[in-house]
Design a protein around this ligand. Structure first.
Ligand SMILES: [Ca+2]
Length: 236
């Protein structure tokens, strides 16, 4: 019995040693396996020689080419504006009023030259000029003869003056309710291609019929007086 137990004891020690040996060898084996695995560097394609690479030569445009580019930009503007002006789904305001007018705080009051009534009708070079350069907010409200389900509003700024200050566009339904269709910080810059800058905002077609549009401007966003010539309402 003693022999057997000694033998089994030996067996246990042996198997333990074997297990240890195996477990000790295991990392070595995996290290060997790792060593035989190809390294990414070895398989990476050899860098192509740069000596033979042909660099594109940048050619300065000639004065004539620059002039052509300028003409093309003017033509693009002409086409854009022509589309707006002849848009059969667009109508011009029939009347307008505003929160302030240039000169209205003076003793003689605002000149007709700057009044909100100048936004009535199409683009004609006569504009509403607001009364503040950098303080507070101003608004312009315009009315339309034919109420429509609206999809877009286009505000025409004379020389782009004030286009960066547009802050909100609201539409009034025929039952008198005001709805904000856009509010934010204007990303529009003065359009240098033409004498007018069109501030255009599209939105989902309104379920209600629109009769008036109110444009709010944040005076401090673009310092100086703002000039709006006309406001188009698009819809049917
Ligand atoms: Ca006008």
């Amino acid at each position: 019995m003693k022999k057997i137990s000694r033998a089994s004891h030996l067996l246990i020690i042996l198997s333990c040693m074997l297990a240890l040996g195996c477990s000790k060898k295991a990392p070595e084996a995996s290290a060997e396996a790792a060593a035989t695995e190809p390294t990414p560097a070895a398989t990476a394609p050899a860098p192509t020689p740069t000596a033979n690479k042909v660099e594109p030569i940048e050619v300065e445009p000639t004065a004539e080419q620059r002039e052509q580019e300028k003409k093309k930009a003017l033509m693009d503007y002409a086409k854009m504006e022509d589309q707006y002006l002849n848009d059969t789904k667009a109508q011009w305001a029939s009347s307008g009023k505003a929160s302030s007018t240039f000169g209205d705080e003076g003793s003689s009051g605002a000149s007709p030259y700057n009044m909100a009534t100048n936004v009535k009708g199409g683009v004609d070079g006569k504009s509403w000029t607001n009364g503040h350069q950098d303080i507070g907010f101003d608004w312009l409200e315009v009315n339309y003869d034919k109420p429509v389900s609206a999809t877009e509003v286009r505000i025409v700024f004379d020389d782009g003056k004030g286009v960066e200050s547009v802050n909100k566009i609201e539409l009034q339904s025929v039952d008198g309710k005001w709805n904000t269709v856009w509010e934010g910080i204007s990303d529009q810059k003065a359009d240098k291609r033409g004498n007018r800058t069109w501030f255009v905002r599209s939105f989902e077609k309104t379920a209600y019929k629109v009769k008036s549009v109110k444009v709010t401007i944040a005076n401090n966003l673009e310092r100086g007086y703002k000039e709006i010539d006309a406001v188009q309402l698009v819809g049917e």
